[in-house]
Design a binder for this molecule. Structure first.
Ligand SMILES: *Cc1c(COP(=O)(O)O)cnc(C)c1O
Length: 395
Protein backbone atom coordinates (compact mmCIF):
# COMPACT_ATOMS: atom_id res chain seq x y z
CA UNK A 1 0.00 0.00 0.00
CA UNK A 2 1.26 3.43 -0.83
CA UNK A 3 2.32 5.53 2.14
CA UNK A 4 -0.08 8.30 3.07
CA UNK A 5 1.18 11.27 5.12
CA UNK A 6 -0.12 11.56 8.68
CA UNK A 7 -1.45 15.03 7.96
CA UNK A 8 -3.58 13.48 5.18
CA UNK A 9 -4.86 10.69 7.40
CA UNK A 10 -2.04 8.11 7.18
CA UNK A 11 0.18 6.34 9.73
CA UNK A 12 3.57 7.80 10.77
CA UNK A 13 6.50 6.81 8.56
CA UNK A 14 8.48 5.86 11.69
CA UNK A 15 7.13 4.24 14.84
CA UNK A 16 9.93 5.69 16.95
CA UNK A 17 11.25 9.21 16.75
CA UNK A 18 14.22 9.75 14.45
CA UNK A 19 16.37 12.22 16.35
CA UNK A 20 18.16 15.01 14.55
CA UNK A 21 21.45 14.07 16.13
CA UNK A 22 22.93 11.71 18.67
CA UNK A 23 26.52 11.05 19.67
CA UNK A 24 28.32 8.08 18.16
CA UNK A 25 29.95 6.43 21.16
CA UNK A 26 32.56 3.71 21.74
CA UNK A 27 31.67 0.31 23.18
CA UNK A 28 32.16 0.18 26.94
CA UNK A 29 34.88 -2.48 26.65
CA UNK A 30 37.11 -0.09 24.72
CA UNK A 31 37.24 2.39 27.61
CA UNK A 32 36.79 0.07 30.59
CA UNK A 33 40.49 -0.27 31.46
CA UNK A 34 41.07 3.48 31.23
CA UNK A 35 38.08 4.26 33.43
CA UNK A 36 39.33 1.72 35.97
CA UNK A 37 42.78 3.29 35.94
CA UNK A 38 41.57 6.80 36.76
CA UNK A 39 39.39 5.43 39.55
CA UNK A 40 42.43 3.64 40.96
CA UNK A 41 44.88 6.52 40.62
CA UNK A 42 42.24 9.05 41.75
CA UNK A 43 43.55 11.43 39.12
CA UNK A 44 40.20 12.47 37.67
CA UNK A 45 40.77 15.87 36.12
CA UNK A 46 43.34 17.49 33.83
CA UNK A 47 45.90 14.69 34.14
CA UNK A 48 47.31 11.86 32.02
CA UNK A 49 44.41 11.37 29.58
CA UNK A 50 43.85 15.09 29.02
CA UNK A 51 47.57 15.49 28.18
CA UNK A 52 47.46 12.49 25.87
CA UNK A 53 44.37 13.91 24.15
CA UNK A 54 46.05 17.30 23.73
CA UNK A 55 49.19 15.72 22.24
CA UNK A 56 47.18 13.69 19.75
CA UNK A 57 45.14 16.72 18.71
CA UNK A 58 48.29 18.76 18.13
CA UNK A 59 49.47 16.10 15.73
CA UNK A 60 46.08 15.62 14.12
CA UNK A 61 45.44 19.31 13.48
CA UNK A 62 49.04 20.29 12.76
CA UNK A 63 48.95 23.11 15.29
CA UNK A 64 51.56 24.17 17.83
CA UNK A 65 49.37 24.44 20.94
CA UNK A 66 46.23 22.65 22.11
CA UNK A 67 44.52 23.47 25.37
CA UNK A 68 41.64 21.26 26.45
CA UNK A 69 38.87 23.02 28.36
CA UNK A 70 35.43 22.31 29.76
CA UNK A 71 33.53 23.78 26.79
CA UNK A 72 33.74 25.96 23.71
CA UNK A 73 31.82 28.83 25.32
CA UNK A 74 34.31 29.26 28.16
CA UNK A 75 37.19 28.92 25.68
CA UNK A 76 35.83 31.82 23.64
CA UNK A 77 35.22 33.86 26.78
CA UNK A 78 38.83 33.29 27.81
CA UNK A 79 40.20 34.19 24.38
CA UNK A 80 38.74 37.69 24.54
CA UNK A 81 39.42 38.12 28.26
CA UNK A 82 43.02 36.96 28.21
CA UNK A 83 43.94 39.54 25.59
CA UNK A 84 42.01 42.27 27.43
CA UNK A 85 40.26 43.22 24.20
CA UNK A 86 38.03 46.29 24.19
CA UNK A 87 35.57 47.72 21.68
CA UNK A 88 33.70 46.02 18.86
CA UNK A 89 33.78 42.46 17.60
CA UNK A 90 32.55 41.55 14.14
CA UNK A 91 30.63 38.27 14.03
CA UNK A 92 27.72 36.62 12.23
CA UNK A 93 24.19 36.61 13.65
CA UNK A 94 23.43 33.34 11.84
CA UNK A 95 25.11 31.10 14.41
CA UNK A 96 24.52 29.51 17.80
CA UNK A 97 23.93 31.87 20.73
CA UNK A 98 27.21 31.01 22.48
CA UNK A 99 29.25 32.71 19.74
CA UNK A 100 27.71 36.01 20.80
CA UNK A 101 27.53 35.26 24.51
CA UNK A 102 31.32 35.13 24.67
CA UNK A 103 31.38 38.66 23.26
CA UNK A 104 28.78 40.00 25.72
CA UNK A 105 30.50 38.40 28.73
CA UNK A 106 33.57 40.45 27.89
CA UNK A 107 31.60 43.71 27.67
CA UNK A 108 32.48 43.88 24.02
CA UNK A 109 30.01 45.23 21.45
CA UNK A 110 28.77 42.64 18.95
CA UNK A 111 28.67 43.98 15.40
CA UNK A 112 26.55 41.52 13.49
CA UNK A 113 27.49 41.20 9.85
CA UNK A 114 25.57 39.44 7.12
CA UNK A 115 26.51 36.06 5.72
CA UNK A 116 26.90 34.86 2.16
CA UNK A 117 23.56 33.40 1.00
CA UNK A 118 25.33 30.40 -0.57
CA UNK A 119 27.94 29.38 1.99
CA UNK A 120 26.08 30.77 5.08
CA UNK A 121 29.45 32.06 6.33
CA UNK A 122 30.58 35.63 7.01
CA UNK A 123 30.74 37.69 3.83
CA UNK A 124 34.22 39.30 3.72
CA UNK A 125 32.91 42.35 1.82
CA UNK A 126 30.40 43.05 4.61
CA UNK A 127 33.13 42.50 7.22
CA UNK A 128 35.30 45.17 5.59
CA UNK A 129 32.42 47.68 5.62
CA UNK A 130 31.77 47.04 9.32
CA UNK A 131 35.28 47.91 10.50
CA UNK A 132 35.58 51.09 12.56
CA UNK A 133 38.33 52.52 14.76
CA UNK A 134 36.72 50.62 17.65
CA UNK A 135 36.94 47.18 16.04
CA UNK A 136 39.27 44.86 17.93
CA UNK A 137 38.48 41.42 16.52
CA UNK A 138 36.68 39.30 13.97
CA UNK A 139 34.99 36.15 15.21
CA UNK A 140 34.29 33.82 12.29
CA UNK A 141 32.25 30.63 12.48
CA UNK A 142 32.66 27.49 10.34
CA UNK A 143 28.92 27.19 9.99
CA UNK A 144 27.52 23.66 10.04
CA UNK A 145 31.14 22.56 9.56
CA UNK A 146 31.65 24.51 6.32
CA UNK A 147 34.99 26.37 6.58
CA UNK A 148 34.65 30.16 6.70
CA UNK A 149 36.41 32.26 4.00
CA UNK A 150 39.61 31.98 6.02
CA UNK A 151 42.17 33.64 3.72
CA UNK A 152 39.95 36.62 2.99
CA UNK A 153 39.30 37.14 6.70
CA UNK A 154 42.99 36.69 7.49
CA UNK A 155 44.01 39.38 5.04
CA UNK A 156 41.37 41.79 6.38
CA UNK A 157 42.47 41.13 9.96
CA UNK A 158 46.11 41.62 9.05
CA UNK A 159 45.50 44.85 7.15
CA UNK A 160 43.52 46.40 10.02
CA UNK A 161 45.55 44.79 12.81
CA UNK A 162 42.59 42.94 14.26
CA UNK A 163 42.55 39.68 16.15
CA UNK A 164 40.94 36.85 14.22
CA UNK A 165 39.30 33.99 16.10
CA UNK A 166 37.17 31.17 14.82
CA UNK A 167 34.28 29.59 16.65
CA UNK A 168 35.10 26.16 15.27
CA UNK A 169 32.43 24.44 17.39
CA UNK A 170 31.07 22.74 14.26
CA UNK A 171 34.37 22.39 12.52
CA UNK A 172 36.23 19.37 13.81
CA UNK A 173 36.94 17.15 10.81
CA UNK A 174 36.54 19.98 8.29
CA UNK A 175 39.37 21.16 6.08
CA UNK A 176 40.18 24.35 4.22
CA UNK A 177 42.22 23.96 1.02
CA UNK A 178 43.21 20.49 2.26
CA UNK A 179 44.42 21.76 5.67
CA UNK A 180 42.41 20.77 8.72
CA UNK A 181 40.46 23.56 10.34
CA UNK A 182 42.17 24.40 13.65
CA UNK A 183 45.40 26.19 12.79
CA UNK A 184 43.92 29.37 11.31
CA UNK A 185 43.62 32.92 12.63
CA UNK A 186 45.00 33.76 16.07
CA UNK A 187 43.11 30.87 17.62
CA UNK A 188 40.26 28.47 16.96
CA UNK A 189 37.85 27.08 19.51
CA UNK A 190 36.19 23.66 19.14
CA UNK A 191 33.27 22.22 21.07
CA UNK A 192 33.12 18.59 22.18
CA UNK A 193 29.51 18.62 23.38
CA UNK A 194 27.36 15.61 22.45
CA UNK A 195 25.88 17.14 19.28
CA UNK A 196 29.30 17.67 17.75
CA UNK A 197 31.18 15.26 15.50
CA UNK A 198 34.06 14.81 17.94
CA UNK A 199 32.67 14.52 21.44
CA UNK A 200 33.99 14.17 24.97
CA UNK A 201 30.58 14.36 26.65
CA UNK A 202 31.33 18.00 27.30
CA UNK A 203 34.52 19.83 26.48
CA UNK A 204 36.33 22.36 24.40
CA UNK A 205 39.65 22.70 22.61
CA UNK A 206 41.58 25.86 21.93
CA UNK A 207 43.98 25.44 19.01
CA UNK A 208 46.57 28.14 18.38
CA UNK A 209 50.00 28.66 16.91
CA UNK A 210 50.47 31.66 19.17
CA UNK A 211 52.42 30.70 22.31
CA UNK A 212 51.30 33.74 24.29
CA UNK A 213 47.63 33.03 23.68
CA UNK A 214 48.23 29.38 24.53
CA UNK A 215 49.79 30.35 27.85
CA UNK A 216 46.95 32.72 28.73
CA UNK A 217 44.32 30.04 28.00
CA UNK A 218 46.29 27.41 29.83
CA UNK A 219 46.35 29.46 33.01
CA UNK A 220 42.90 30.90 32.25
CA UNK A 221 41.20 27.52 32.46
CA UNK A 222 42.50 27.35 36.07
CA UNK A 223 41.49 30.76 37.47
CA UNK A 224 44.41 32.39 35.58
CA UNK A 225 46.67 31.09 38.31
CA UNK A 226 50.19 30.52 36.97
CA UNK A 227 50.85 28.22 39.95
CA UNK A 228 51.66 30.68 42.72
CA UNK A 229 48.11 31.91 43.46
CA UNK A 230 49.01 35.31 42.03
CA UNK A 231 46.22 35.22 39.43
CA UNK A 232 46.96 37.14 36.22
CA UNK A 233 43.40 38.02 35.15
CA UNK A 234 39.77 37.02 35.78
CA UNK A 235 40.20 33.39 34.82
CA UNK A 236 37.59 30.67 34.88
CA UNK A 237 37.33 27.19 36.27
CA UNK A 238 37.22 25.43 32.94
CA UNK A 239 39.38 22.33 32.90
CA UNK A 240 38.65 19.07 31.15
CA UNK A 241 37.88 16.03 33.29
CA UNK A 242 39.76 12.78 32.69
CA UNK A 243 36.48 10.94 31.93
CA UNK A 244 35.89 13.40 29.12
CA UNK A 245 39.40 13.03 27.73
CA UNK A 246 39.01 9.22 27.62
CA UNK A 247 35.82 9.65 25.63
CA UNK A 248 37.43 12.30 23.45
CA UNK A 249 40.36 10.03 22.65
CA UNK A 250 38.02 7.25 21.57
CA UNK A 251 35.94 9.69 19.58
CA UNK A 252 39.12 10.73 17.77
CA UNK A 253 39.81 7.07 16.96
CA UNK A 254 36.39 6.90 15.30
CA UNK A 255 36.72 10.21 13.46
CA UNK A 256 37.69 8.93 10.03
CA UNK A 257 34.89 6.38 9.91
CA UNK A 258 32.40 8.92 11.24
CA UNK A 259 33.45 11.49 8.63
CA UNK A 260 33.05 8.92 5.85
CA UNK A 261 29.56 8.03 7.06
CA UNK A 262 28.50 11.66 7.29
CA UNK A 263 29.82 12.48 3.83
CA UNK A 264 27.78 9.57 2.47
CA UNK A 265 24.55 10.74 4.15
CA UNK A 266 25.14 14.32 3.02
CA UNK A 267 25.74 13.11 -0.55
CA UNK A 268 22.56 11.06 -0.38
CA UNK A 269 20.49 14.02 0.85
CA UNK A 270 21.96 16.25 -1.86
CA UNK A 271 21.41 13.83 -4.71
CA UNK A 272 17.94 12.76 -3.64
CA UNK A 273 16.55 16.21 -2.90
CA UNK A 274 18.22 18.50 -5.42
CA UNK A 275 15.58 18.24 -8.16
CA UNK A 276 12.69 19.16 -5.84
CA UNK A 277 11.45 22.68 -6.67
CA UNK A 278 12.43 25.34 -4.15
CA UNK A 279 15.14 23.21 -2.54
CA UNK A 280 18.74 24.36 -2.14
CA UNK A 281 21.75 23.53 0.01
CA UNK A 282 24.72 25.17 1.65
CA UNK A 283 27.58 25.58 -0.81
CA UNK A 284 30.92 24.05 0.15
CA UNK A 285 33.67 25.80 -1.84
CA UNK A 286 35.67 23.44 -4.08
CA UNK A 287 38.82 22.28 -2.30
CA UNK A 288 37.16 22.55 1.11
CA UNK A 289 35.58 19.77 3.10
CA UNK A 290 32.70 20.19 5.55
CA UNK A 291 32.43 18.15 8.72
CA UNK A 292 28.66 18.18 8.15
CA UNK A 293 27.96 18.86 11.78
CA UNK A 294 24.54 19.64 10.31
CA UNK A 295 22.90 19.12 6.96
CA UNK A 296 20.47 21.89 6.28
CA UNK A 297 17.97 22.35 3.47
CA UNK A 298 16.82 25.79 2.38
CA UNK A 299 13.17 25.87 1.34
CA UNK A 300 11.88 28.63 -0.94
CA UNK A 301 8.20 28.58 0.06
CA UNK A 302 6.93 30.00 -3.26
CA UNK A 303 8.60 27.29 -5.30
CA UNK A 304 8.21 24.39 -2.88
CA UNK A 305 4.56 25.10 -2.13
CA UNK A 306 4.90 25.09 1.66
CA UNK A 307 7.10 27.03 4.02
CA UNK A 308 9.84 25.74 6.33
CA UNK A 309 7.62 25.74 9.43
CA UNK A 310 4.96 23.73 7.63
CA UNK A 311 7.48 21.18 6.38
CA UNK A 312 8.89 20.89 9.90
CA UNK A 313 5.41 20.29 11.30
CA UNK A 314 4.50 17.64 8.72
CA UNK A 315 7.81 15.80 9.28
CA UNK A 316 7.28 15.91 13.04
CA UNK A 317 3.99 14.05 12.62
CA UNK A 318 5.95 11.39 10.75
CA UNK A 319 8.23 11.12 13.83
CA UNK A 320 11.16 12.88 12.19
CA UNK A 321 12.85 15.52 14.30
CA UNK A 322 14.28 18.48 12.39
CA UNK A 323 15.66 21.76 13.72
CA UNK A 324 15.27 25.35 12.63
CA UNK A 325 18.95 26.23 12.85
CA UNK A 326 19.49 29.10 13.48
CA UNK A 327 16.15 30.59 14.37
CA UNK A 328 15.88 33.10 15.84
CA UNK A 329 19.25 34.44 14.74
CA UNK A 330 21.27 36.14 17.47
CA UNK A 331 20.20 39.71 16.77
CA UNK A 332 16.55 38.70 17.30
CA UNK A 333 17.18 36.99 20.65
CA UNK A 334 16.44 38.80 23.90
CA UNK A 335 20.04 38.49 25.06
CA UNK A 336 21.07 40.69 22.13
CA UNK A 337 17.98 42.96 22.03
CA UNK A 338 20.10 46.04 22.60
CA UNK A 339 21.77 45.53 19.24
CA UNK A 340 18.69 44.71 17.15
CA UNK A 341 18.14 48.10 15.56
CA UNK A 342 21.81 48.43 14.73
CA UNK A 343 21.87 45.06 13.03
CA UNK A 344 18.56 44.07 11.47
CA UNK A 345 18.50 46.30 8.42
CA UNK A 346 21.82 44.92 7.23
CA UNK A 347 21.04 41.24 7.75
CA UNK A 348 18.90 40.34 4.76
CA UNK A 349 20.57 37.01 4.04
CA UNK A 350 20.70 36.09 7.72
CA UNK A 351 16.97 36.68 8.06
CA UNK A 352 16.19 34.72 4.91
CA UNK A 353 18.30 31.75 6.04
CA UNK A 354 16.92 31.85 9.58
CA UNK A 355 13.35 31.84 8.24
CA UNK A 356 13.77 29.14 5.61
CA UNK A 357 16.48 26.67 6.71
CA UNK A 358 15.74 23.30 8.18
CA UNK A 359 18.36 20.87 9.46
CA UNK A 360 17.62 17.21 8.75
CA UNK A 361 18.58 14.19 10.87
CA UNK A 362 22.31 13.58 10.56
CA UNK A 363 24.65 11.71 12.82
CA UNK A 364 27.59 9.44 12.19
CA UNK A 365 25.68 6.16 12.66
CA UNK A 366 22.47 7.22 10.92
CA UNK A 367 21.52 4.40 8.53
CA UNK A 368 21.34 5.48 4.89
CA UNK A 369 17.95 3.74 4.62
CA UNK A 370 16.49 6.22 7.11
CA UNK A 371 17.97 9.22 5.28
CA UNK A 372 16.50 7.82 2.06
CA UNK A 373 13.07 7.57 3.69
CA UNK A 374 13.37 11.18 4.90
CA UNK A 375 14.08 12.22 1.30
CA UNK A 376 11.09 10.25 0.00
CA UNK A 377 8.84 11.95 2.54
CA UNK A 378 10.07 15.43 1.67
CA UNK A 379 9.36 14.67 -2.00
CA UNK A 380 5.90 13.42 -1.06
CA UNK A 381 5.29 16.57 0.98
CA UNK A 382 6.11 18.67 -2.07
CA UNK A 383 3.92 16.50 -4.31
CA UNK A 384 0.98 16.82 -1.88
CA UNK A 385 1.49 20.49 -1.01
CA UNK A 386 -1.96 21.54 -2.26
CA UNK A 387 -3.75 19.01 -0.05
CA UNK A 388 -1.50 19.73 2.93
CA UNK A 389 -2.16 23.45 2.62
CA UNK A 390 -5.92 22.82 2.67
CA UNK A 391 -5.66 20.75 5.87
CA UNK A 392 -3.39 23.31 7.54
CA UNK A 393 -5.70 26.19 6.65
CA UNK A 394 -8.78 24.51 8.12
CA UNK A 395 -7.06 23.83 11.45
C1 LIG B 1 27.79 24.10 20.38
C2 LIG B 1 28.25 25.45 20.00
C3 LIG B 1 28.92 26.28 20.91
C4 LIG B 1 29.01 25.97 22.37
O1 LIG B 1 29.79 24.90 22.65
P1 LIG B 1 29.88 24.38 24.17
O2 LIG B 1 31.01 23.42 24.13
O3 LIG B 1 28.56 23.73 24.47
O4 LIG B 1 30.14 25.56 25.02
C5 LIG B 1 29.45 27.47 20.46
N1 LIG B 1 29.30 27.85 19.18
C6 LIG B 1 28.63 27.11 18.28
C7 LIG B 1 28.53 27.59 16.86
C8 LIG B 1 28.06 25.88 18.68
O5 LIG B 1 27.36 25.17 17.81
Amino acid sequence: MKKKLVILGGEPAFEQKITITEPTLPAYETIEAQIRSILQTRMITNAKYVKQFEERLKEHLGVKNIIATSCCTSSLMLLFKSLALKGEVILPSFTFSATGHAVLWNNLVPIFVDVDPQTYNLDPARVKEAITDKTCAILGVHLFGNPAPIEELQSIAQKHQLKLFFDAAHGFGASYKSRPVGSFGDAESFSLSPTKLLTAGEGGIVATNNDEIAYMIKIGRSYADPGNYDTQYEGLSSRMAEFSAILGNESLNMLEQNMTNRQAIAALYTSQLSDIPGMSFQKIEPGNCSSYKDFSILIDPKKFGLNRDQVCQVLEQENIVTKKYFYPPLHKQQAFAKYFALADKNLKNTNWLADNSLSLPLFSHLPGSIAQKVCDLIRMIHDCHHDIKKVLSTK
